[in-house]
Design a protein around this ligand. Sequence first.
Ligand SMILES: [Zn+2]
Ligand SMILES: [Zn+2]
Length: 408
Amino acid sequence: MEKIRGKEHREKILQEKIRQHYEKNTILAVPKIEEREFGVGSFEKKIAKRHMYFSDEGKLNSYLKRAAPFYISYSTAYYKEPEKQPMDKKGFLGADIVYEFDSTDFVLKCRNKHDFYKCLDCGKTETGFAEKCIHCSSSRLLRYDFICPECLERVKIETYKLLDVLTNDFGISPRNFSLNYSGNRGYHIHLRDKEIFSLDENARLELLNYLALNDFDLSLGGFNFFDNRAPKPYEKSIAGKLVREAIIFLQNTKPEKLSEYTGVGLKRAKNILAKSFNLTKPLQEGRLPRIKEKDFWKNFFLSLKQDLSVNLDYQTSKDIKKLIRHPDTIHVGTMFLAKRFKNLDSFDPLTDAVAFRDREVKTEIKRMPRLFLLGNYYGPYKNKTINLPEALFLLLLSKDLVKSFEYF
Ligand SMILES: [Zn+2]
Ligand SMILES: [Zn+2]
């Protein structure tokens, strides 16, 4: 077996695999490649060099084969002369919008199962996610983060919410979206619509506020909790959508959830739901059914509003000068593909974004949580030698969790 001899050795193996991938596969370039700025990354820094430019897809692909970069990103903006610097010399023409979702934006229980960290002060290794070492409170932690079907599913739900608003509220045709897996913990939604092209940062911020429902006020939307009035469900507005969602919710929910949403006790929630028809009928007609608890409906609709709001990273979503991972290229942090796909329902990153899938590698593992890949669970393993699918070996290698290995 071949021993891993430090960081440079590790990077050399990973880069060789990346090169092989680009030698075998031609990457489909993003639209208008000649107007985009490109940037490439080192192992530590996702963008180490920028202001690069490729005149066409052929040039991009020959660069990938030659340089095999650890990360490659392109500008959401279009420029007259993308390679010029500083930024204001480029001649800004317009920009797409790319919304990013990442599983670390959510509180997820599964992270306590698959993430772990090593404390650089006391040297102990501990399972789970923590801001500080639970043994010595140090914040100098070496983190090992992983993904699983559960966290990826949570990000998918957020992506669904976004797509729903974009298609139904804004009328943007799905033809103008491009859906991408980020290659690690999330999804990127690229919007390339001519209406969006010329929006400035303020207009982009307004869009974000709309998606997050920040400026939406229940009483301005037509709810009146004193007179028990509600907007009609067919109204083409956020308020109307809330009522539609409310009807579906009340027909399907469990008492536990209603109790959580409204603050009434579990037994009371059960009683209320037992006559759900008495709730949904008035809502259909624009009335709030009488419930004796004073803030029942207000709490209920505030919780529901929270459900409908899209949880987005403001800074990156409004930024018109940012670089974002080029679709279908390798992400060295996982060795998965930042994969472009069509159907959110059927896309499964832990199968569809796996680049290296044909071989097995005998791997001496330092430590690995239980992981799901290509339809199977593996591990957990600690100081163990075992045959792994190549993709899993490369994932562990990128995280410095392999002691030695042998290809078959
Ligand atoms: Zn410690
Ligand atoms: Zn998870």
